[in-house]
Design a protein around this ligand. Structure first.
Ligand code: SAM
Length: 349
């Protein structure tokens, strides 16, 4: 009986992974999914014409996208046409409500160049912004993302797209009916705030973020007016935080070291009276720090942050007087934990 050669499929998949990512990025950047959405199905030549690209290059891109399940190729009478798969229509067309387009462009234009310097990042143990973009950055937001309007909008688009995909699941993860006022710290475009007010009628939400971000808020306003959402500009390391009975930290804690977080969390703890809630939304690592690997891959290009498990988040917050009440694994891109500020007198008894 002849034995078959061992084939290391998982390694081969990893070898090719970057080609698949770049195929998705390029098709998104060249607006392939958008042009197919506006005409439902197009021939190769029509797609090439609409994206201003060569027929040969477009054919290779479309064929690769078909093989990855992003597009479909069908015969209509004597002609072969391409069209979006259902997933592409929902998540890749740039103006669909659940579009990941903004995040994909951020991955292409910001994360990809950083990852091309991964060797240096590992050897030096520092972020590669300077090598990739020729700019030193002390604070990734103020120095890298917000120093140019074009980069700022791209970053905000990226945050907005992830927040819209995850927002509803996070906003409905817990019973928040006892809270009347919330403050979304580092709430960026307000995407999560709008989901919160939709899910919890009567709750008003203040979005607190840097002035450079808050000044762009009208860009991201939903079609329907929502006067339960308001915006306050400030620096969460330096300025006073708005008063609220529920605070949200969505994708904030992973960006900073424990030392930096101590500054923010001490301030937050002082603002909170007993019973105040704190909702943390992040990718939670399992206790062995093995999964999800998405979290660990993201950490490779971090400046000073780190990914943490639910126990690590809970230890960090307990030091500031917050007690863990619930953990919700949402099966979406982000999970959530709900903490409550303790009454220090209760602790002593
Ligand atoms: N919470 C949003 C979400 O989940 O989509 C955005 C998360 S984004 C990774 C981090 C946010 O923190 C950005 O909107 C950024 O502008 C904000 N931020 C960073 N440093 C800040 C600071 N010092 N003060 C206030 N906001 C800050």
């Amino acid at each position: 009986k002849c034995s078959r050669q061992d084939v290391p499929h998982s390694i081969i998949n990893l070898l090719d992974g970057f080609k698949a990512s770049k195929t998705l990025f390029t098709a998104s950047k060249l607006k392939v999914f958008d042009v197919l959405n506006s005409s439902e199905s197009l021939t190769l030549e029509e797609v090439a014409g609409q994206i201003n690209a060569s027929v040969l290059g477009t054919e290779r891109l479309l064929e690769a996208a078909v093989s990855l399940g992003l597009l479909e190729r069908v015969k209509q009478r004597d002609t072969t046409v391409y069209r979006n798969t259902e997933q592409a229509s929902r998540f890749l067309v740039s103006d669909s409500p659940m579009s990941l387009h903004g995040y994909i462009l951020h991955c292409n234009d910001m994360v990809w160049p950083l990852f091309s310097h991964l060797e240096n990042a590992v050897v030096e143990g520092i972020s590669q912004h300077e090598r990739a973009f020729g700019k030193k950055n002390e604070d990734v937001f103020q120095d890298a993302y917000y120093s140019k309007d074009e980069v700022k909008i791209r970053f905000m688009d990226a945050m907005h797209s992830i927040a819209r995909v995850t927002g509803k699941d996070v906003a409905t993860a817990f019973d928040l009916s006892s809270y009347k006022t919330a403050c979304d710290i580092g709430g960026c475009t307000g995407a999560m705030a709008y989901e919160l007010t939709k899910a919890h009628p009567g709750l008003s939400v203040i979005v607190f973020d840097l002035p450079q971000v808050i000044e762009m808020r009208r860009h991201f306003k939903p079609k329907e007016e929502d006067d339960m959402v308001s915006f306050v500009a400030g620096d969460f390391f330096k300025d006073d935080l708005p008063k609220a009975d529920l605070y949200i930290l969505a994708r904030i804690l992973h960006d900073w070291s424990d030392e930096k977080l101590h500054v923010l969390l001490s301030k937050l703890s002082k603002m909170c009276t007993p019973g105040c809630g704190l909702l943390v939304s992040e990718i939670f690592l399992d206790e062995e720090r093995k999964r999800p690997s998405r979290a660990l891959l993201q950490a490779l290009s971090m400046t000073e942050g780190k990914q943490r498990s639910t126990t690590e988040y809970s230890d960090l917050l307990e030091k500031h007087g917050f007690t863990l009440r619930h953990i919700q694994h949402t099966d979406n891109l982000l999970d959530a934990m709900l903490f409550v500020k303790e009454d220090p007198n209760d602790k002593r008894t």
